[in-house]
Design a binder for this molecule. Sequence first.
Ligand SMILES: [Zn+2]
Ligand SMILES: [Zn+2]
Length: 252
Amino acid sequence: MRRSKRTGTLVIISDDTKGLYRDVWKNGVLHYTGMGKLGDQILEGNQNGTLYYSDTNGVEIHLFEVMKRSIYTYRGVVKLADKPYQSTQPDDNGNMRNVWVFPVKPIVEDGAIVTKQLEREIIKLSNEELVKRSKMSQADRKPQKTETIVYYRDPYLKEMVKRIAEGQCQYCGAEAPFKDKNNEPYLEEHHVKRLADGGSDTIDNVVAICPNCHRKIHVLNNNTDTILLEGIAAQNVNRLKRLLAYEQKTLK
Ligand SMILES: [Zn+2]
Ligand SMILES: [Zn+2]
């Protein structure tokens, strides 16, 4: 494990080729063995402690895996999936001892593993270096199992917010870019506070926006957009009331 105090990151390396630590993947969670080659592993005064308290100390953990000698595969940012626990494994002299095991899993946003720091590094590489690294990671492309949590989304709510939007993106105001198979203007439903973060599937938390704006909002994920969208979603409550009042009038 390597810690950078400057960037607030901790790099952990799961090395299959060394054979000392017995790290295993179970259901998308890596059970990562802490540091310390001889005797019982301890939490104090080393990076085991940094990892142990990573839920609260603000340190970002980056995982690399080594499956073939000297080929490091970046697995992105990970976090503790469960409480670290103690187990027994042989040490470097073959004596059984207590180790700390840290269950960690990659942070997945929108189906993609978070690799922000790596992306920042990649854009600075020379073309030659880029080709070289690409070849290295090709050599080691194993399929990975990931767990996806699927949240229920009310299909009626989706139609409701689209009716309120009346064929225009609620973010940029542009006309929907095309008509869907039902000949309806194509807009996408977006939850301002994500369902995964405890956001509700209700009219005051959804907006109907064009696919370009939708991508932009997720890619940039910035506060200004969120504040704007919160305002729009809050107004959707009144827009729905007006829609219902209008229907009442026209039915009479
Ligand atoms: Zn738009
Ligand atoms: Zn969205």
